[in-house]
Design a protein around this ligand. Sequence first.
Ligand SMILES: C[S@@+](CC[C@H](N)C(=O)[O-])C[C@H]1O[C@@H](n2cnc3c(N)ncnc32)[C@H](O)[C@@H]1O
Length: 444
Amino acid sequence: MFQGTIPGPMRSIVRETASGWPSGPVYVPCCGNFTIERSVAGMGFALHSSDVSIYTSAVGRWLTWQPVGIQLREESRDELGWLAGSLDDGVGTVATLMLGTRFLASVGREGLWHERVVRSYREQWKAKHAETVERLSGSDIELASYEVEDVRSWLQKVPRDAPVCSFPPFYGGGYEKLYEPLEAHFTWDAPEYEPLSDDDVVSVLGAITDRPYWLTASNHSVPELHPYLRGVIKATPRAAPFYVYASEARTRIVAPRQPIEPVKVPRLREGDELVGPLRLSLLKPGQFNALRSRYLNPKIAPGAANLAVAVQDGGGRLLGVFAMAPSTFTQDEAYVLSDFAVAPTDYLRLSKLIVLAATSAEAQLLCQRAFSRRIRRVATTAFSNNPVSMKYRGLLRLHKRSPSNEDGWKFQLQYQGAMGQHTLAEALEMWAKRWGAPTTKTGV
Ligand SMILES: C[S@@+](CC[C@H](N)C(=O)[O-])C[C@H]1O[C@@H](n2cnc3c(N)ncnc32)[C@H](O)[C@@H]1O
């Protein structure tokens, strides 16, 4: 419901720590996405929370039965008048802001992608909004109070002996930017406060930890708090580690674990001739993980796949794998999370055959079944040190090139293409003609 799920180990550490605290009030400044409140829900504490952001304050006020107090700005009415019917000063407004965090940054911006994002929200607004309202209404968070207040002044009011549990900003500045798109289109009784400087962050930490019971966490290691380190959590292989510090609790180190299942299918090997017809078969998550760990470049961090498919040749030998997920913003698009060919084989360009299989009419059918929607296009991202991806060149269209946000690569390349324009049989024919000549150890 709220942004981001809480990694299980994080929830456990917070609960375990809090279970040693006296019953009664617990204070949660900088409560953000209510991660802490969600973690200790049902433990019987009276939770008093505060924050300064528009988003958190909307949720916090709604959870404590206060009017949310947020309206569409007059100057945004032309562009966003279609949201007006959803703003009810209660859960409807909260749901609107929640959905707003996903598309408002695209409002008024030029470019096909931004236009598509806004259009898709506008067209599906009724359903998306109703669904969010329903999910919000099922929330099990109970707050004793919520206040819109700066952490520096709020902490001074908190009783000296009461537990404080907070994930505050660990660097000065930064959070104000996060909700800029919401602030740009909505008006409210925003608090006046000076953004936290780096020195303020240190004194806030001091005020949190200067008491008998406290817990705090950051995505940076804080040397001063080292003696209090209670756990290091990596929620997913891509995620940055999260350091949890607390006054009393046991120490934990938690790293992600992927289920691995053996894949017994024979693989195409050097010296094997690839024969038709191609066929596709579904892989279980553990099998996909096993193959991905074996063949995918270790510099590429894995993501979770909704649909993982093995490509086999006529001899039943595995040629490669592709994994797809429904695209978040584009209704009829499938996103290729990964695609790779087995190796070593005699075919230098085997990976192009996997791309062709992934965009075939048969793959389209599998996607449509798995995602329960019509799929006409594919998109994918390639990380590369070259300005184009040799694998996708000639098969998909390079839509955008930007500097890589992943270490170890120069470029991040966005590719798009049609899906279902050829069958598997045509894919093999096309590939065999252009790229399918085998190389041998002596020949080319
Ligand atoms: C690291 S986030 C906490 C969110 C955390 N991930 C969670 O969901 O529990 C930091 C929060 O501090 C809030 N914040 C930033 N400056 C603040 C200030 N001066 N006073 C109170 N809260 C502040 C931000 O709005 C943001 O919600």
